[in-house]
Design a binder for this molecule. Structure first.
Ligand SMILES: C[S@@+](CC[C@H](N)C(=O)[O-])C[C@H]1O[C@@H](n2cnc3c(N)ncnc32)[C@H](O)[C@@H]1O
Length: 275
């Protein structure tokens, strides 16, 4: 079945990410995002610098979270500026650096238009949002001619074909629970390359990063923490109960663990000069 863009009435007002499951004010939420950053920032930075991010670039980081990518763009890549946008900028405001500008805004708002940028980057954001195709079109408009749009989101390698383990059962319940509560939908992420091409971008490329799921790794901590926060949504699916989730966390930290983490698909495309 084709992935379906939820209507605004199903998930109103910028989506339910922070309201339904991951309130930024809940203790430990910044640390959870940082566990993800520990896993994914190196591949993200390698791709952004390979695409040319460097001196002179004005960048937009959408749904910037705790701002790890924004700050590395400034500190390591030496870009000119980064505008970091989030519906809640408390984590960004806590770690200011020169060149980092903040905007507390809803990227799904019809009037969201903070300017044009050489780089527009959004990681683990679009998959959680309503009206994704409209937001994707808007992000494309924000790329200046010659600039690049870079999107990263999760691909689910844990369902359907994967052998049943406590981890895969928990992940299936998580994706279902996040869909039922936030509206998160990773089923259309593999379509990003063709969607970017249809949006008029050129030189579209894509790559997949799958972090090793080994005991004590940041990705194991990230999933355990994410399940803890989404426990109510996961158990409400009827696919797992509390004992299953406790068992899945123990499994992640055991020598028995032999599973494939969800991957991060990164897709990019360039806007032609004069567009
Ligand atoms: C999973 S976190 C990803 C954070 C960061 N991009 C990273 O990869 O480390 C999703 C972020 O998107 C933000 N967000 C969710 N819905 C948003 C919206 N409608 N407009 C702006 N930001 C939004 C959340 O507040 C959160 O900081």
């Amino acid at each position: 079945m084709e992935p379906r863009d939820p209507s605004p009435s199903e998930h109103p007002g910028g989506g339910r990410y922070g309201e339904a499951v991951f309130p930024p004010g809940r203790p430990g939420e910044g640390e959870r995002i940082d566990y993800g950053a520990l896993v994914y920032d190196d591949p993200t930075m390698a791709r952004l610098t390979a695409l040319g991010a460097g001196p002179g670039w004005r960048c937009l980081d959408v749904g910037a979270g705790t701002g790890t990518v924004s700050r590395r763009l400034l500190g390591e890549a030496g870009v000119a500026s980064v505008l970091a946008v989030d519906r809640d900028v408390r984590f960004l405001a806590a770690r200011p650096v020169p060149g980092l500008d903040l905007l507390e805004a809803d990227v799904t708002a019809p009037d969201f238009g903070p300017g044009r940028f050489r780089l527009v980057h959004a990681r683990f954001v679009l998959m959680h949002l309503p009206e994704r195709e409209r937001v994707l079109a808007r992000l494309t408009e924000l790329v200046e001619p010659g600039g690049v749009l870079v999107l990263s989101d999760a691909v689910d390698l844990t369902s359907e074909v994967a052998p049943g383990t406590p981890y895969t059962r928990a992940m299936r319940a998580m994706w279902r629970g996040l869909k039922d509560t936030i509206g998160t939908d990773v089923s259309w992420v593999p379509a990003y390359p063709s969607l970017l091409r249809s949006a008029g971008l050129r030189r579209v490329g894509a790559e997949l990063h799958v972090p090793p799921l080994v005991p004590g790794s940041p990705i194991s901590r990230f999933w355990a923490d994410t399940w803890q926060r989404s426990r109510a949504a996961m158990t409400a699916t009827g696919l797992v109960d509390d004992a299953d989730l406790d068992g899945a966390v123990r499994y992640l930290e055991s020598e028995e663990c032999a599973a494939l983490s969800a991957g991060m698909l990164t897709v990019w495309g360039t806007k032609d000069q004069g567009v």
